[in-house]
Write a protein that binds this ligand. Sequence first.
Ligand SMILES: [Zn+2]
Length: 218
Amino acid sequence: MNIVLLGSPASGKGTQAEILSKKFNLFHLSTGDIARKLAEANPRIKEIINSGKLLPPEEITMHVLDFLEHEKPDMTGILFEGFPRFISQYEALDNFLKSKGDNIDLVISLEVPMEVAIKRISSRWMCPGCGEIYNMETDPPKNPGVCDKCGGILVQRDDDKPEAIKTRFEYYIRNTKELIDYVDAKGKLTRINGDRPIGVIAKDLEEVVRKATGNDNN
Ligand SMILES: [Zn+2]
Protein backbone atom coordinates (compact mmCIF):
# COMPACT_ATOMS: atom_id res chain seq x y z
CA MET A 1 0.00 0.00 0.00
CA ASN A 2 1.54 3.29 -1.15
CA ILE A 3 -0.43 6.50 -0.69
CA VAL A 4 0.10 10.01 -2.05
CA LEU A 5 -1.28 12.86 0.06
CA LEU A 6 -1.56 16.11 -1.85
CA GLY A 7 -2.44 19.46 -0.33
CA SER A 8 -1.79 23.17 -0.75
CA PRO A 9 0.35 25.09 1.74
CA ALA A 10 -1.52 25.17 5.10
CA SER A 11 -3.95 22.47 4.04
CA GLY A 12 -2.89 20.58 7.18
CA LYS A 13 -1.38 17.75 5.15
CA GLY A 14 1.69 17.47 7.39
CA THR A 15 -0.42 16.96 10.50
CA GLN A 16 -2.73 14.51 8.74
CA ALA A 17 0.18 12.61 7.23
CA GLU A 18 1.61 12.11 10.71
CA ILE A 19 -1.67 10.85 12.12
CA LEU A 20 -2.31 8.58 9.16
CA SER A 21 1.17 7.09 9.02
CA LYS A 22 1.03 6.25 12.75
CA LYS A 23 -2.41 4.70 12.44
CA PHE A 24 -1.47 2.45 9.53
CA ASN A 25 2.22 2.08 10.34
CA LEU A 26 3.30 3.76 7.11
CA PHE A 27 6.68 5.28 6.31
CA HIS A 28 6.04 9.05 6.19
CA LEU A 29 7.99 10.60 3.36
CA SER A 30 7.72 14.40 3.69
CA THR A 31 9.04 16.27 0.67
CA GLY A 32 9.18 19.39 2.86
CA ASP A 33 11.61 17.65 5.22
CA ILE A 34 13.77 16.46 2.34
CA ALA A 35 13.79 19.99 0.85
CA ARG A 36 14.74 21.55 4.20
CA LYS A 37 17.63 19.12 4.61
CA LEU A 38 18.83 19.93 1.09
CA ALA A 39 18.49 23.67 1.81
CA GLU A 40 20.74 23.37 4.85
CA ALA A 41 23.45 21.89 2.67
CA ASN A 42 22.95 24.06 -0.43
CA PRO A 43 22.60 27.90 -0.52
CA ARG A 44 21.02 27.89 -4.02
CA ILE A 45 18.21 25.58 -2.85
CA LYS A 46 17.81 27.64 0.32
CA GLU A 47 17.29 30.82 -1.68
CA ILE A 48 14.64 29.22 -3.92
CA ILE A 49 12.69 27.89 -0.94
CA ASN A 50 12.93 31.14 1.04
CA SER A 51 11.48 33.08 -1.88
CA GLY A 52 8.37 30.88 -1.67
CA LYS A 53 9.18 28.93 -4.82
CA LEU A 54 9.81 25.24 -5.39
CA LEU A 55 12.71 23.36 -6.89
CA PRO A 56 12.49 22.20 -10.54
CA PRO A 57 10.25 19.08 -10.74
CA GLU A 58 12.94 16.75 -12.12
CA GLU A 59 15.34 17.76 -9.38
CA ILE A 60 12.77 16.99 -6.68
CA THR A 61 12.04 13.62 -8.27
CA MET A 62 15.72 12.79 -8.29
CA HIS A 63 16.13 13.65 -4.60
CA VAL A 64 13.00 11.75 -3.57
CA LEU A 65 13.95 8.58 -5.45
CA ASP A 66 17.47 8.83 -4.10
CA PHE A 67 16.09 9.23 -0.58
CA LEU A 68 13.87 6.15 -1.05
CA GLU A 69 16.74 4.00 -2.26
CA HIS A 70 18.60 4.76 0.96
CA GLU A 71 15.85 5.02 3.55
CA LYS A 72 13.08 2.69 2.36
CA PRO A 73 14.58 0.14 -0.03
CA ASP A 74 11.60 -2.25 0.16
CA MET A 75 9.50 0.54 -1.46
CA THR A 76 6.20 -0.35 0.15
CA GLY A 77 3.99 1.01 2.92
CA ILE A 78 4.91 4.61 2.11
CA LEU A 79 2.87 7.75 2.62
CA PHE A 80 4.13 10.40 0.20
CA GLU A 81 3.40 13.89 1.47
CA GLY A 82 3.66 16.76 -1.02
CA PHE A 83 5.03 14.60 -3.85
CA PRO A 84 4.40 14.04 -6.74
CA ARG A 85 2.84 17.31 -7.92
CA PHE A 86 3.23 16.92 -11.67
CA ILE A 87 2.20 14.18 -14.08
CA SER A 88 5.85 13.69 -15.04
CA GLN A 89 6.76 13.18 -11.37
CA TYR A 90 3.81 10.86 -10.84
CA GLU A 91 4.85 8.68 -13.75
CA ALA A 92 8.50 8.68 -12.69
CA LEU A 93 7.50 7.56 -9.21
CA ASP A 94 4.97 5.00 -10.42
CA ASN A 95 7.48 3.48 -12.85
CA PHE A 96 10.13 3.43 -10.18
CA LEU A 97 7.80 1.65 -7.72
CA LYS A 98 6.67 -0.77 -10.42
CA SER A 99 10.26 -1.67 -11.15
CA LYS A 100 10.41 -2.71 -7.47
CA GLY A 101 7.18 -4.70 -7.72
CA ASP A 102 4.85 -2.12 -6.17
CA ASN A 103 2.83 0.91 -7.26
CA ILE A 104 0.77 3.94 -6.17
CA ASP A 105 -2.54 2.69 -4.79
CA LEU A 106 -4.29 5.83 -3.71
CA VAL A 107 -4.05 9.61 -4.14
CA ILE A 108 -5.74 11.90 -1.65
CA SER A 109 -6.14 15.64 -2.22
CA LEU A 110 -6.65 17.67 0.96
CA GLU A 111 -8.24 20.95 -0.08
CA VAL A 112 -8.67 24.36 1.59
CA PRO A 113 -9.57 27.80 0.13
CA MET A 114 -6.71 30.30 -0.25
CA GLU A 115 -8.12 32.68 2.41
CA VAL A 116 -7.98 29.83 4.92
CA ALA A 117 -4.38 29.04 3.98
CA ILE A 118 -3.32 32.67 4.36
CA LYS A 119 -5.03 33.02 7.72
CA ARG A 120 -3.50 29.81 9.03
CA ILE A 121 0.08 30.54 8.00
CA SER A 122 0.23 34.27 8.67
CA SER A 123 -0.73 33.68 12.30
CA ARG A 124 2.52 31.73 12.78
CA TRP A 125 5.38 33.65 14.44
CA MET A 126 8.65 32.42 15.82
CA CYS A 127 11.41 33.38 18.24
CA PRO A 128 14.81 33.74 16.52
CA GLY A 129 16.49 33.31 19.93
CA CYS A 130 15.21 29.88 20.97
CA GLY A 131 13.19 28.67 17.97
CA GLU A 132 9.85 28.55 19.81
CA ILE A 133 6.81 28.76 17.46
CA TYR A 134 3.66 30.72 18.36
CA ASN A 135 0.26 30.76 16.74
CA MET A 136 -1.25 34.20 17.28
CA GLU A 137 -4.77 32.79 16.97
CA THR A 138 -4.61 29.60 19.01
CA ASP A 139 -1.40 29.79 21.04
CA PRO A 140 -0.25 33.44 21.49
CA PRO A 141 2.57 34.51 23.87
CA LYS A 142 1.61 36.14 27.20
CA ASN A 143 3.13 39.50 26.15
CA PRO A 144 2.32 40.47 22.54
CA GLY A 145 5.32 39.97 20.23
CA VAL A 146 7.63 38.67 22.99
CA CYS A 147 8.82 35.09 23.55
CA ASP A 148 7.56 33.51 26.80
CA LYS A 149 10.67 31.37 27.12
CA CYS A 150 13.58 33.73 26.49
CA GLY A 151 12.13 37.24 26.05
CA GLY A 152 13.21 37.41 22.38
CA ILE A 153 11.27 39.54 19.89
CA LEU A 154 9.08 37.35 17.67
CA VAL A 155 9.38 37.47 13.88
CA GLN A 156 7.62 35.98 10.88
CA ARG A 157 9.56 33.71 8.56
CA ASP A 158 9.79 35.20 5.07
CA ASP A 159 7.75 32.37 3.58
CA ASP A 160 5.04 32.78 6.26
CA LYS A 161 4.19 36.33 5.11
CA PRO A 162 0.88 36.75 3.24
CA GLU A 163 2.48 37.62 -0.13
CA ALA A 164 4.75 34.57 -0.06
CA ILE A 165 1.86 32.34 0.97
CA LYS A 166 -0.24 33.66 -1.91
CA THR A 167 2.61 32.93 -4.34
CA ARG A 168 3.01 29.38 -3.01
CA PHE A 169 -0.73 28.75 -3.01
CA GLU A 170 -1.27 29.96 -6.58
CA TYR A 171 1.77 28.04 -7.77
CA TYR A 172 0.42 24.90 -6.13
CA ILE A 173 -3.07 25.22 -7.64
CA ARG A 174 -1.75 26.08 -11.11
CA ASN A 175 0.70 23.20 -11.22
CA THR A 176 -1.20 20.48 -9.42
CA LYS A 177 -4.50 20.77 -11.27
CA GLU A 178 -3.24 18.71 -14.22
CA LEU A 179 -2.02 15.92 -11.99
CA ILE A 180 -5.27 15.89 -10.02
CA ASP A 181 -7.32 15.58 -13.22
CA TYR A 182 -4.97 12.87 -14.48
CA VAL A 183 -5.22 10.80 -11.30
CA ASP A 184 -8.98 11.38 -11.17
CA ALA A 185 -9.32 9.89 -14.68
CA LYS A 186 -7.49 6.79 -13.43
CA GLY A 187 -10.07 6.45 -10.64
CA LYS A 188 -7.43 6.79 -7.91
CA LEU A 189 -8.32 10.24 -6.55
CA THR A 190 -10.19 11.08 -3.35
CA ARG A 191 -10.85 14.71 -2.44
CA ILE A 192 -11.08 15.67 1.24
CA ASN A 193 -12.28 19.01 2.59
CA GLY A 194 -9.40 20.34 4.73
CA ASP A 195 -11.34 23.27 6.19
CA ARG A 196 -12.63 21.26 9.16
CA PRO A 197 -11.33 20.20 12.61
CA ILE A 198 -8.23 17.96 12.57
CA GLY A 199 -10.01 14.99 14.19
CA VAL A 200 -12.89 15.04 11.70
CA ILE A 201 -10.51 15.06 8.72
CA ALA A 202 -8.40 12.30 10.26
CA LYS A 203 -11.48 10.08 10.57
CA ASP A 204 -12.38 10.66 6.92
CA LEU A 205 -8.85 9.83 5.82
CA GLU A 206 -8.80 6.68 7.90
CA GLU A 207 -11.98 5.49 6.24
CA VAL A 208 -10.63 6.18 2.75
CA VAL A 209 -7.46 4.22 3.47
CA ARG A 210 -9.35 1.33 5.09
CA LYS A 211 -11.54 1.04 2.02
CA ALA A 212 -8.52 1.02 -0.28
CA THR A 213 -6.77 -1.56 1.91
CA GLY A 214 -9.88 -3.73 1.79
CA ASN A 215 -9.84 -3.59 -1.98
CA ASP A 216 -6.20 -4.63 -1.90
CA ASN A 217 -7.04 -7.85 -0.10
CA ASN A 218 -9.85 -8.88 -2.42
ZN1 LIG B 1 12.56 32.47 22.63
